[in-house]
Write a protein that binds this ligand. Structure first.
Ligand SMILES: CC(=O)N[C@H]1[C@@H](OP(=O)(O)OP(=O)(O)OC[C@H]2O[C@@H](n3ccc(=O)[nH]c3=O)[C@H](O)[C@@H]2O)O[C@H](CO)[C@@H](O)[C@@H]1O[C@H](C)C(=O)N[C@@H](C)C(=O)N[C@H](CCC(=O)O)C(=O)O
Ligand SMILES: Nc1ncnc2c1ncn2[C@@H]1O[C@H](COP(=O)(O)OP(=O)(O)OP(=O)(O)O)[C@@H](O)[C@H]1O
Length: 488
């Protein structure tokens, strides 16, 4: 493709060389550059892509997109723009011939609920005959292909490549998680979102590598609503007005309160042995009863958002109901059947805020005992150990302290830190460093009516020890234990 054609939607200055060049590939990583590549110089958190200019020219890059002058041979074209991340998003879209314009793209932002809601939407739309690609924290799904994720919202080059592959695979729709960092760093620039969803917002992701303040976090989330046609938003969220500031889309609200366009009434927690779910009546934009096999009031919010989206695509009520009943997300309050007496679930909660929200929600089911098994990562925030310990000690009836990803720390040292946090509460606990043995303890000591949460690992299928990732999937560990203990 010709360079000039790739730049058609950009404002730029050609500071060196010709625009009449054939480009055979695009890349923002010097290690991926081959002869004929257009290289994007990105100023990152760790390093500055401009410093690789000479190296990529040497490797055969024929053009560079930059924010500041670079020294490369005259044969290399240099294009200067104000923001290379923004430019990269637009050029990547052009490279794949604007695939997002041929799909209906649904973007979901919010502190919590993004992953769950994407899977719910995919499940409902597919039940109505659509073919839906998905991009999110756990994975990207294109047909039968599942690609594990390293970011919730990947870099724009990847997003556009995924959209292109979705089209090739016959998808007519894409649903994606849109993180505030993704918006802030222009990973989603230029995508014409048909629908944008806002689940909720709480102070999170604030720090040197993320957002400078809560205001900045809210502002970045709000950018989605300047870039979508319809905004479907949580009308109960106290920060909604700030998030919607400057929006350009049509807005529809969902939530529990009367004022919302789509609302849930008559909420009922469903607690049977080995099962937790929730049911409600959806009113306003539709009139129907809903039951979901994912526990927690937040499941009501997530499913309302999913219903509101699907109503725009004329999905039949019966399809919505069936698909929501079947919706499950790996590692997000994922129920695993081990006993008829008590309930066990796997959840990804790995900080104090998520754990507090999870345990508070589960308490509403009035369990016999609420048992929480968790550990904390090594070589990461030490404060998190004491904070999670405080939450579990205060909110669970019993805590099983175990290992998460010890990395380069001694597991016992991490467990000791957590123990010292729990000791500041009245919480009862046991310490078992080996995660499989800790899960065995939880299962063998389960009592009728108990709700047991294995927190922290969620969808992950590995444990990171001394720089190596060892395969460890809690679902498999549970099945092994059930077999070893003749409980199957
Ligand atoms: C702070 C941040 O956003 N970092 C992300 C970012 O790295 P970066 O742009 O800062 O990259 P860098 O390493 O400084 O390199 C700068 C440039 O030099 C290039 N480079 C680098 C090395 C080299 O040898 N040659 C070379 O050309 C790089 O390709 C890049 O273009 O780009 C990488 C590739 O796209 C991301 O994987 C990485 O996410 C890291 C892992 C991360 O933790 N990001 C967090 C802050 C994040 O984005 N989180 C949100 C979700 C939050 C949530 O809701 O839970 C997300 O969407 O994932
Ligand atoms: N709407 C919601 N409000 C509050 N908590 C929620 C909501 N939905 C899910 N949760 C809780 O938060 C956890 C993470 O949910 P989910 O993965 O869907 O959110 P997310 O926005 O993708 O967050 P993360 O990026 O941390 O994975 C769930 O396991 C559940 O405990």
């Amino acid at each position: 493709m010709k360079l000039e054609q790739l730049l058609e939607r950009l404002e730029y200055t050609c500071v060196q060389g010709s625009l009449d060049r054939e480009i055979s590939g695009i890349a923002n990583d010097s290690r991926q550059v081959v002869p004929g590549t257009l290289f994007f110089s990105i100023r990152g958190a760790v390093t500055d892509g401009h410093t690789y200019a000479a190296e990529v020219a040497e490797k055969g890059a024929v053009a560079l997109l930059v924010e500041e002058p670079v020294e490369v041979p005259e044969s290399v074209t240099v294009i200067q723009v104000k923001d290379t991340r923004y430019a990269m998003a637009l050029v990547s879209a052009a490279w794949y011939d604007y695939p997002a314009e041929k799909l209906k793209v649904i973007g979901i932002t919010g502190t919590k609920g993004k992953t769950t809601t994407t899977y719910m939407i995919k499940s409902i739309l597919e039940s109505a005959g659509h073919k839906v690609g998905l991009i999110g924290t756990i994975e990207t799904i294109i047909g039968e292909t599942h690609i594990p994720s390293s970011n919730t919202t990947p870099e724009s080059v990847k997003i556009q490549e995924y959209f292109h592959r979705m089209l090739e695979d016959g998808c007519d729709m894409a649903v994606m998680e849109v993180s505030s960092q993704g918006l802030m760093l222009n990973r989603t620039a230029g995508i014409p979102f048909e629908i944008g969803i806002f689940t909720n917002i709480e102070p999170d992701h604030i720090g040197p590598a993320e957002h400078k303040s809560f205001e900045d976090y809210m502002h970045c989330k709000g950018l989605l609503f300047r870039q979508c046609r319809i905004g479907i938003v949580n009308g109960d969220d106290e920060h909604l007005d700030q998030v919607l500031a400057g929006h350009t889309c049509k807005v529809e609200t969902f939530g529990l309160s009367e004022k919302n366009d789509l609302r849930a009434e008559n909420l009922k927690m469903v607690h049977k042995p080995g099962y937790l779910g929730i049911s409600y009546h959806a009113a306003g934009m539709i009139d129907m009863d809903v039951e979901i096999d994912i526990p927690g009031k937040f499941s009501v919010y997530n499913s309302l958002a999913a219903i509101a989206v699907c109503l725009h695509f004329k999905v039949r009520e019966a399809d919505i109901k069936t698909a929501l009943k079947q919706a499950k997300v790996k590692g997000r309050v994922e129920l695993v059947k081990v006993s008829d007496d008590f309930t066990l679930m796997i959840d990804y909660a790995h900080n104090a805020m998520s754990l507090e929200s999870l345990l508070t929600t589960l308490r509403e089911y009035e369990p016999g005992r609420l048992v929480c098994l968790f550990g904390c990562g090594g070589n990461r925030s030490k404060a998190r150990r004491f904070e999670m310990a405080e939450v579990s000690g205060r909110l669970a009836d019993f805590t099983i302290i175990t290992s998460d990803n010890p990395r380069f720390e001694k597991p016992e040292d991490i467990l000791d830190d957590i123990e010292s946090g729990i000791k500041k509460t009245d919480g009862k606990y046991v310490k078992i460093a080996d995660r499989k043995e800790a899960i065995r303890y939880a299962i063998l000591h389960g009592q009728p009516g108990d709700v047991i949460v294995l927190a922290g690992k969620g969808h992950e299928d590995y444990q990171e020890i001394e720089g190596k990732k060892y395969h460890m999937d809690e679902r498999e560990l549970i099945q092994e234990i059930l077999e070893e203990e003749n409980l199957r």
